[in-house]
Design a protein around this ligand. Structure first.
Ligand code: SAH
Length: 237
């Protein structure tokens, strides 16, 4: 069967709504393969054991629209509606690795989206606070956390630029939308000795993943890690 024919057949199956879902064992095999691909693509910054275990466990196919679930274990971003995307697994691994999480950590995520990254964080850290500005995405993610039993994840609808002051300070902060600058409220809510990972850059221009470290004495160091492409951080700031 040539590729075009396969693609056309597949498209027709999707169109007529008769895609047969894969079995749990098939998803599991694809998930293992995705994690191996992520490790291979990580080069000399491979994800640690706790991240590998988390990504082997979290069922990414439950975080994408049903019609895309068969593509969930490709190392690609995918659309999740409202013009937003679930991040590429390689980037999820890289950002999580940069946070150097410990199991007692309290983590803040800005940009819940599908909830996949928050679920990976929740497998490793003690608690995750995640903020999403688009209400239907936030509600959908909250339902997912509940049905998948992630009771250590707390969700909020709002502009994550301002963080979650009542729950601060955080051991680690992860921003999953591109900002033009490090949001000062987030820096304030980071514990001394804590780490923040944030993509910086203008929308549709080259953005860089930045590692921001607050030293125990309160001083801040910033390091540019890799070029990335994220949807812009929205909001009124
Ligand atoms: N972490 C997500 C992917 C994030 S895509 C996942 O694992 O699926 C970026 C998300 O950030 C989008 O859902 C977008 O709506 C959200 N976002 C953008 N600006 C925001 C803001 N100011 N506050 C909170 N969320 C924001």
């Amino acid at each position: 069967m040539n590729r075009q024919f396969a693609a056309a057949t597949f498209g027709a199956l999707i169109y007529f709504g008769c895609v047969i879902p894969l079995s749990a064992a098939e998803y599991e095999a694809l998930r293992q393969k995705m994690v191996r691909e992520v490790i291979a693509a990580s080069g000399n910054s491979p994800p640690g054991a706790s991240i590998v275990a988390a990504m082997e466990k979290v069922e990414r196919h439950r975080f994408v629209p049903a019609w895309l679930s068969i593509f969930a274990y490709r190392n690609h971003p995918l659309p999740i509606g409202h013009g937003q995307t679930i991040s590429q697994p390689l980037i999820v691994a890289r950002m999580t690795e940069l946070l150097k999480l410990k199991k007692d950590d309290k983590v803040l995520e800005i940009g819940t989206g599908s909830g996949y990254q928050a679920a990976v964080l929740a497998e490793i850290a003690k608690s995750v606070y995640t903020i999403e500005i688009i209400e239907p995405l936030a509600n959908e993610a909250a339902r997912r956390f509940q049905s998948l039993g992630y009771d250590n994840v707390k969700t909020r609808i709002g502009d994550g630029y301002y963080g979650w002051p009542e729950a601060a300070p955080f051991d680690a902060i992860l921003v999953t939308a591109a900002a033009s600058h490090v949001p000062p409220p987030l820096l304030k809510q980071l514990k001394p000795g804590g780490r923040m990972v944030v993509p910086l850059g203008a929308p549709f221009m080259t953005q860089y993943l930045m590692l921001v470290e607050k030293q125990p004495d309160g001083s801040v160091t910033t390091r540019q890690i890799v070029p990335v492409r994220f949807v812009p951080l929205r909001g009124g700031h």
